[in-house]
Design a protein around this ligand. Structure first.
Ligand code: GLA
Length: 385
C-alpha cells in the first residue's frame, strides 16, 4: 500500500520501505523517566514509510494521511514550525542517525501513511520515529541494534521535538511482537519479551480529548518527579531516581515533599510495585490479579498523579462494572487520550457500545472504540509487497 502511494506521489518506485506499530502502555504509568519498570504491547496498527534516493540534497517528506509535503535540505536539518512541524519526528531521527555515523551522500523522497488513530494514546509519534529509523537506515545502508534504534527515536523526541519522554513508546514499538508484552527496565535500559496469556484481548476507548504533551502537563509532572528525587536525597543520599525508593521510605519522608509531591511520588513508587506484581500474576496466568492492578493504577493516576480526566474516569468506571473485563486504565501520558480495557474473548461489540453510550449520556459527545490485537515490532518491509 505505502509503496503504491509512494509511486503515485513521486512517480517512481521506492527503494526501501519499513513500518512500526503503535503501542499500548499495559502498566507502569510515568515510570519510564523515573528509572522504573514498565510493560507495554505493540498493536496491530502501524505507521509505514517508503523511500527512494534523490539526485540532489533535498529531503521531500509527504504525509499521505494529510496529503502534505514538507521540503527541506540535508544541510539544514533544524526543527520546523507551524504546519510543517509534523515532519520534526522524521527530521529528528535523521539527525540522530547522522550523529550516530550514518552517511547521507544524497537526499531522498519519503512517503508516510498511518492507520493509527492520532491522539488516542497509542503513540503514533514513536511509531513514526521507529518506521523512519528502519526506513532511513535501510536506504543509507546503516546498521543499528534494535535497542539503539529505540534510543535514536527517544533522543529525536527529547532533543528535536522537545518532549522529555522516557523510552517506553520507542522501546515497545521496537521490541513488540505478536502475543508478547515488552518489559523495559528503564534504569538499565533492558528490553525483554514476556508471553501474553491466551485469550487476552485489548479494546481501546478513545475520548477524542486531545492531550497536548509537548508544552503542558507532561513536562510539569516530569519536573515534579525530578524535584521529589532532589528533596528525598536529603534523607536518602544514594538514590538517583524515584524507582529506587520504596513505600515505607517515601511515607517516612512526607515532610520533605509536602502533599502534592508526595502524591506524585506515591504514584511512581506504587506503579513500580504494581508492575512487579503484574509480572508475577502473568506468570501464573492470574488475569484477575492483573486486572485488579490495572484498575488500581488508574485510581492512582486519578488521585495521586492527577493525569486523568473525568472522561477517562467515566469509561474506567463503566468498564469496572462490565462482565468479561479483567481491568482497564488510562494508557500513556494521560490528560486525555484513551482507556485500554483488557478483556477475555467473550467481551463483545455490544458491551463496548453500552460503555460509549454511557459516555454519550454523560458528556453529550461520542467516544470511539476498537478492538486491537498485538502486532509485530518495527521492521523493514519488502518494497514489492
Ligand atoms: C508518554 C511518554 C512515555 C511515558 C508515558 C507515560 O507516552 O511518551 O515515555 O512516559 O507517557 O507512562
Amino acid at each position: 500500500m505505502i509503496n503504491q502511494q509512494f509511486t503515485q506521489k513521486f512517480d517512481r518506485e521506492p527503494a526501501v520501505s519499513a513500518q512500526a506499530p503503535g503501542r499500548l502502555e499495559f502498566i507502569g504509568n510515568h515510570t519510564d523517566y523515573n528509572g522504573g519498570p514498565v510493560l507495554g504491547v505493540s498493536v496491530d496498527r502501524r505507521i509505514s514509510v517508503a523511500l527512494a534516493p534523490r539526485a540532489d540534497r533535498q529531503v521531500h517528506l509527504w504525509s499521505a494521511t494529510m496529503d502534505r509535503e514538507t521540503i527541506t535540505n540535508l544541510d539544514s536539518i533544524t526543527p520546523l514550525t507551524g504546519e510543517d512541524s509534523w515532519a520534526n519526528y522524521a527530521l529528528g531521527v535523521l539527525k540522530e542517525l547522522i550523529d550516530a555515523g550514518m552517511k547521507t551522500p544524497h537526499g531522498f523522497d519519503m512517503a508516510v501513511d498511518s492507520d493509527l488513530p492520532p491522539g488516542a494514546g497509542l503513540s503514533s509519534s514513536a511509531a513514526f520515529e521507529l518506521s523512519c529509523g528502519y526506513g532511513m537506515s535501510a536506504l543509507f545502508d546503516f546498521e543499528l541494534e534494535r535497542a539503539d534504534m529505540a534510543r535514536v527515536g527517544r533522543r529525536a523526541e527529547n532533543n528535536f521535538v522537545g518532549m522529555p519522554c522516557g523510552i517506553l513508546d520507542q522501546g515497545v514499538s521496537a521490541f513488540g511482537d505478536v502475543d508478547c508484552l515488552v518489559k523495559i527496565d528503564c534504569e538499565r535500559e533492558e528490553f525483554n519479551r514476556l508471553p501474553l496469556p491466551q485469550d487476552v484481548h485489548f479494546w481501546v476507548f478513545n475520548t477524542a480529548k486531545k492531550h497536548s504533551l509537548v508544552d503542558s502537563l507532561y513536562g510539569e509532572r516530569h519536573r515534579e518527579c525530578m524535584e521529589s528525587v532532589k528533596r528525598l536525597q536529603a534523607a536518602l543520599p544514594n538514590i538517583t531516581c524515584l524507582a529506587q525508593v520504596n513505600s515505607e521510605q517515601l511515607e517516612a519522608n512526607h515532610a520533605l515533599l509536602g502533599d502534592v509531591l508526595l502524591r506524585r511520588a506515591r504514584h511512581i513508587v506504587g506503579e513500580c510495585e504494581r508492575v512487579r506484581a503484574v509480572e508475577l500474576a502473568l506468570k501464573s496466568g492470574d488475569m484477575r490479579a492483573v486486572g485488579k492492578m490495572l484498575f488500581e493504577s488508574h485510581d492512582s493516576s486519578r488521585i495521586n498523579f492527577e493525569n486523568s480526566i473525568a472522561e477517562l474516569d467515566l469509561l474506567v468506571d463503566e468498564l469496572r462494572r462490565t462482565d468479561n473485563v479483567w481491568g482497564a486504565r488510562l494508557t500513556g501520558g494521560g490528560f486525555g487520550g484513551a482507556v485500554m480495557a483488557v478483556t477475555n474473548s467473550a467481551f463483545d461489540q455490544k458491551q463496548a457500545e453500552k460503555n460509549v453510550q454511557a459516555y454519550q449520556d454523560k458528556f453529550g459527545q461520542q467516544a470511539t472504540f476498537f478492538h486491537t490485537q498485538t502486532g509485530p515490532g518495527a521492521h523493514r518491509t519488502e518494497v514489492t509487497a
